[in-house]
Design a protein around this ligand. Structure first.
Ligand SMILES: [Zn+2]
Length: 270
């Protein structure tokens, strides 16, 4: 990964500005730059590891920097999905999270002194009081609830934040002192008023909007009527596989993966 004269050879450079990633524009679609651009002097750079025998870096580009080098353009992270290999999109999300963490931990949260990189670990150290700050992650659970036997129904909700008429799984942030399973039970009770049991882990996904880790679950309905938390939920209902409202299926989010997996199960029963 280093050339014989000690320089860094080809690398993946994830330049991050305002939630946007710098890409090389090409006939075959955008790609992540592999060589250093002379865009910045001494940028803040996060070493992210190796891929394909190359270094991977995340670079903090000042928010007010306008324009892009010739042949390049800025693409919002969400819009980059599907245009570059999935692994590159995931790494772009990692770069975005590391850059944002660096930007928001320049000063100690306890004594307000300027922080500096902590040697040998991904952390920022306060030289005045010794406080260490690690990259911030906010875990959130996301769950689909099912009921019924031979013909199952799935609970989907239209959140107040969703654009247009769009339904999805129920999600919420984990609170301090709470297990993931307890979070699932509490969030569902708060948002739609029902009780669930049989909480089963499904999978997880880094979600860099801005710094979540989504942890997916399936759960079974145990009782209660749908009573919506109006500040969060506009509508919610039970849907059969052949009668779903507009909702994600597969694609970029774990919500889509949860729904897709359930649909496949239902199709296999038929
Ligand atoms: Zn301090």
């Amino acid at each position: 990964m280093r050339t014989p004269d000690g320089r860094i050879g080809e690398a993946y450079w994830f330049y991050v500005r305002r939630g946007e990633i710098l890409v090389v524009v090409g006939d075959e679609g955008p790609r992540i730059p592999s060589s250093v651009e002379s865009m910045l002097e001494n940028p803040v750079t996060h070493v992210m590891g190796h891929l394909d025998d190359k270094w991977v870096f995340g670079v903090d580009v000042p928010l007010d920097l306008e324009g892009a080098p010739e042949g390049h353009e800025w693409t919002p992270l969400r819009q980059l999905y599907g245009k570059v290999p999935e692994l590159h999109w995931t790494l772009a999300g990692r770069a975005e999270q590391l850059v944002n963490w660096g930007r928001t931990h320049q000063f100690c949260g306890r004594c307000a002194a300027a922080t500096e990189p902590s040697p040998g670990e991904r952390a920022r150290l306060c030289p005045a009081c010794g406080l260490l700050s690690y990259p911030r992650l906010s875990p959130a659970t996301i769950t689909i609830v099912t009921r019924g036997g031979a013909e199952e129904e799935v609970l989907l909700a239209h959140g107040r934040q969703f654009p247009g008429r769009f339904y999805s799984a129920l999600a919420g942030f984990v609170e301090p002192g709470e297990s993931l399973e307890e979070c699932v039970v509490r969030e569902i009770k708060e948002e739609v008023g029902i009780d669930v049991v049989d909480v089963q882990y499904f999978g997880s996904q880094p979600w860099p909007f801005p710094h979540s880790l989504m942890i997916g679950f399936r759960a079974r309905y145990a009782g209660g009527d749908l009573v919506l938390q109006e500040e969060e939920i506009v509508d919610a209902g039970w849907y059969r596989a052949d009668d779903l409202p507009p909702c994600p299926r597969g694609g970029m989010s774990i919500a889509g993966w949860l729904i897709e997996a359930w649909l496949k199960e239902q199709a296999a029963k038929a």
